[in-house]
Design a protein around this ligand. Structure first.
Ligand code: RIB
Length: 291
């Protein structure tokens, strides 16, 4: 069983600020760092750090050397990462003094997937393999359809939620990993229990992990639910906390851990990432999480 991630690769330009810049305001920042990021890259690296054999398929631009190096350094298979001319994906991230962020994403080469490239990559995978997807690349709907036809298990983190992802056939999704905002966008409900109830009705075959910020997370499979609290830490930078949770939880599914243990592992890993700066760099190794 293999894991493929068709995912975004972003250079994160991170600015430390007192507060998020307001409309019309010019604000000086305290510092600036450049990190490897992108929801796709972060989730591949979280999976790899958790001990999973993961293949990343993605498109970097002329500025993407740092991203390829980062995937390789963390043991992610990179034979399906291609280099394209032009600007790659990048972000402008403000991190405030409470560790909270706001992110502006430029898609760049992340949005240049073609059906031919997707088909070519998928030829190397088979029924039972996992496909990880977020929503920072184009053709997500096509990726879901083709992977489902092959019998792959589609894991979808529909972030950021938009019209394109809303047009996907969610009945083909094996597992959703969503936060409350995405849950509300998918269902029109705002309360966690109602979001879960609507998802159970609409996609009865899908497992759901709903993260609730400081209130922890809930796993749902049909009528079965498990709840997990957070491990409180002083937040330094919340960037990639969700990606860390996703990678670690999926690693527990692949390893066949009981769901409560998987949720606990993911919550611990995510809390460690919150206590550190950066995206991929903040993701802990498995030894640190279980140690
Ligand atoms: O989920 C965090 C990621 O979102 C950042 O690394 C940034 O690149 C954006 O894609």
């Amino acid at each position: 069983m293999k894991v493929l991630n068709f995912g975004s690769l972003n250079v994160d330009y991170v600015y430390s600020v007192d507060h998020m810049v307001k409309e019309g305001e010019t604000l000086s920042c305290h510092g600036m760092n450049i990190f490897s990021g992108g929801k796709g890259l972060n989730q591949s690296i979280a999976l790899a750090k958790a001990g999973v054999n993961v293949y990343h398929a993605g498109l970097i631009g002329e500025d993407g050397g740092i991203l390829l190096d980062s995937l390789k350094a963390n043991g992610v298979h990179t034979e399906f990462v291609r280099n394209l001319p032009g600007k790659g994906g990048h972000t402008m991230i403000q991190v405030d003094k409470n560790g909270q962020n706001s992110i502006l994403v430029y898609g760049g080469t992340n949005r240049k997937f073609t059906k031919e490239f997707i088909d070519e990559v998928l030829e190397n995978f088979e029924a039972g393999d996992f496909l990880m997807l977020q929503n920072e690349v184009n053709l997500t709907s096509y990726m879901i359809d083709r992977a489902w036809e092959k019998g792959m298990k589609v894991v979808l983190n529909p972030s950021p939620y938009d019209e394109a992802v809303n047009g996907c056939d969610f009945s083909k999704v094996y597992m959703f990993l969503i936060n409350e905002i995405e849950g509300a966008q998918m269902t029109g409900e705002t309360e966690a229990e109602k979001i879960l109830e609507k998802l159970r009705q609409d996609y009865p075959g899908a497992k759901v992990v709903l993260t609730l910020g400081e209130k922890g997370s809930v796993y749902q499979d049909g009528e079965t639910q498990y709840h997990q609290g957070i491990f409180p830490v002083k937040a330094v930078d919340t960037t990639a906390a969700g990606d860390t949770f996703t990678g670690y939880f999926i690693s527990s599914v692949i390893d066949g851990l009981p769901v409560p243990e998987g949720l606990e592992l993911a919550a611990k890993a995510s809390s460690i990432s919150v206590s550190r700066k950066g995206a991929a760099d903040s993701i802990p190794l498995r030894e640190e999480v279980i140690g």
